[in-house]
Design a protein around this ligand. Structure first.
Ligand code: SAM
Ligand code: DTB
Ligand code: SF4
Length: 336
């Protein structure tokens, strides 16, 4: 059955949101089971490789240099530090390592270091993901050549609401970066944030926009706003958890073969709400005590919860050959 559509209408997507919750969740679970093992959850670990002092004005973000959020800014990390964190993420069970930088776009000066981070993290057998802001075509091509598996660049909300949240770049800029990433052959990770004071129509338009891209993003992170004191959205009332579950379910139905990630905001959710998200088709999480600048569930607690639910983490691939060669014992074992 070809369920991968790119012609969703507003009315169809709005109609899904309006279904009785359990009907919606059941439909989403049925779609999910046609494309995925429903017992498996993919885990990515985040690391902020360059923190704070971002020139952009995203009203939700702890890292914008325009707001007083009390965040300690940090320069681009050394590769050794990134590798230590990536190894720890692998130990904890992550299959993907996602490196984020508080940049409008990467500078040419920083590109060689960033490319080397991709090569070295990949050699650990982890999938690599980066989120560095806007890319031009040449930067995307070079990241692809270094072996980058995924690039995260969120559309965040509807085109209409975007102008209320960000004025330092345009929705069209985001779409153009996604084009460059796709054209370079890097898998797209694109999603958004809900709970920024938007209307349901904006959530409809965001998910429709993602599903009607030329290809569905391979990963679709759905973030629940983590309110950051000092930002313009620091005091916004939290979105209803069941509305969040609806967003997950609609994302699953619109993009049946994509990984839908229950992303930021999970720390403040009960075990039951998280279970409902998995039921609605979420099959990916961020694993690790920290997201970029804010907290996340402890990996032990996550493993316990997944065990209670009968869910298992997807495994990382074995390390690449040259990594095994760097460890003579491992090479000897695998050769025997
Ligand atoms: N500077 C790059 C960019 O904007 O694409 C990469 C880093 S940026 C922090 C990555 C994404 O994190 C944002 O697009 C947004 O979706 C998400 N994010 C940032 N702050 C958040 C918050 N307080 N709550 C939820 N999601 C957030
Ligand atoms: C995504 O969609 N969510 C992640 C990742 N992509 C880069 C970031 C969440 C950030 C939450 C707030 C913080 O830790 O600063
Ligand atoms: Fe900068 Fe990204 Fe935060 Fe916007 S979301 S302020 S671009 S780090």
């Amino acid at each position: 059955m070809n369920e991968l559509r790119h012609d969703w209408t507003r009315a169809e997507v709005a109609g899904l949101f309006e279904l009785p919750l359990l009907e919606l969740v059941m439909q989403a679970q049925q779609v999910h089971r046609r494309h995925f093992d429903p017992t498996r959850i993919q885990a990515s670990t985040l690391l902020s490789i360059k923190t704070g002092a971002c020139p952009e004005d995203c009203k939700y973000c702890a890292q914008s240099g325009r707001y007083k959020t009390g965040l300690d800014k940090e320069k681009l990390l050394q590769i050794e530090e990134v590798m230590a964190q990536a190894k720890e993420a692998r130990e904890q069970g992550a299959s993907r390592f996602c490196m984020g930088a508080a940049w409008r776009s990467p500078s040419e000066k920083d590109m060689p270091v960033v490319l080397e981070m991709v090569r070295q993290v990949k050699s650990l057998g982890l999938e690599t993901c980066m989120t560095l802001g806007m890319l031009d075509a040449s930067q995307a091509t070079r990241l692809a050549a270094a072996g980058l598996d995924y690039y995260n660049h969120n559309l965040d909300t509807s085109a209409t609401y975007y102008t209320q949240v960000i004025s330092s770049h345009r929705y069209e800029d985001r779409l153009q970066t996604l084009d460059h990433v796709r054209d370079a052959g890097i898998k797209v990770c694109a999603g958004g944030i809900v709970g920024m004071g938007e209307e349901r129509q904006d959530r409809v338009d965001l998910l429709r926009q993602l599903a009607n891209l030329p290809q569905h993003p391979a990963s679709v992170p759905i973030n629940r706003l983590v309110p950051i004191p000092g930002t313009p959205l620091g005091e916004v009332e939290a979105i209803d958890e069941l509305e969040f579950v609806r967003c997950i379910a609609v994302a699953r139905i619109l993009m049946p073969a994509s990984y839908v990630r229950l992303s930021a905001g999970r720390e403040s959710m009960s075990a039951s709400t998280q279970a409902l998200c998995y039921m609605a088709g979420a099959n990916s999480i961020f694993l690790g005590c920290k997201l970029l600048t804010t907290g996340n569930n402890a990996p032990d607690a996550d493993r316990q919860l997944l065990a209670r639910l009968g869910l298992r983490l997807e495994e990382a691939r074995p390390p690449l050959y040259h990594d095994a060669m760097a460890r003579p014992h491992a090479a000897a074992v695998s050769a025997s």
